[in-house]
Design a protein around this ligand. Structure first.
Ligand code: 5GP
Length: 209
């Protein structure tokens, strides 16, 4: 019954609103740690180095792959993205919960190794709405938007891999729903910590009875 943090994996097709949802969630749950990935893509306007991503060169990224520094990594939209193992284990060992944003390939590779985490997928209300949101965001040109939409279809087909699926109609509501999922996972009996020796004495050792 040791208290270790919980890992939440969050995926969503590009443009679904995942980043905004995560920012709202962070305000609600300041103790939740958001994992900061490494990427070879260029920073977008308004993004901060070391806060949104660790932006590194392709050469440095490949070196980290060779050194086995990543828990998982994937090539998404022609750029590398990866989660460093060390950043996750540091939080977990302190009993802190961590949220990792991953594309579907990353989630697939973690499922393959039976990685212990709660997998959550955020769905757009429709493909049409996703296209509207990508256009509104204005960070990609028309070709790139079409490419991202095609990739989104493949990702949606893989949503079956996940434990929870939320439809992001309204960002506030989606952040509330994510908070509910996180609370539910925190109250699973495996994570129960007796608050007194008398209760502990009644429970410990009886888990399998
Ligand atoms: P963006 O360029 O829009 O920030 O991210 C593109 C995609 O890469 C998103 O689906 C995002 O979740 C994913 N992504 C971000 N960090 C990681 C990571 O560390 N590993 C993997 N596999 N995907 C990531």
């Amino acid at each position: 019954m040791e208290s270790k943090g919980i890992i939440f994996i969050l995926s969503a097709p590009s443009g679904t609103g995942k980043t905004t949802v995560c920012q709202l969630l962070k305000q609600k749950l300041p103790n939740l740690k958001l994992s900061i990935s490494h990427t070879t893509r260029e920073p977008r306007e308004g993004e901060t180095k070391g806060k949104d991503y660790h932006f590194i060169s392709q050469k440095k990224f490949e070196k980290k792959i060779q050194n086995g520094e990543f828990l998982e990594w994937a090539k998404v939209f022609n750029n590398y993205y990866g989660t460093a193992s060390e950043s996750i284990s540091t939080h977990l060992n302190k009993g802190e919960d961590v949220l990792i944003e991953l594309d579907v390939q990353g989630a697939q590779s973690l499922r393959k190794i039976n990685y212990k985490a709660v997998f959550i997928f955020i769905m757009p209300p429709s493909l049409k709405e996703l296209e509207v949101r990508l256009n509104k965001r204005g960070t990609e040109n028309a070709n790139k938007i079409q490419y991202r939409l095609e990739e989104s279809k493949k990702e949606i087909q893989q949503s079956i891999l996940y434990d929870y699926i939320l439809t992001n109609i309204d960002v506030e509501k989606t952040a509330d729903n994510l908070e509910i999922i996180i609370a539910g996972e925190q109250f699973r009996k495996e994570r129960y910590q007796p608050s007194s020796p008398d209760i502990k004495a009644l429970i410990v050792g009886r888990e399998n009875n």
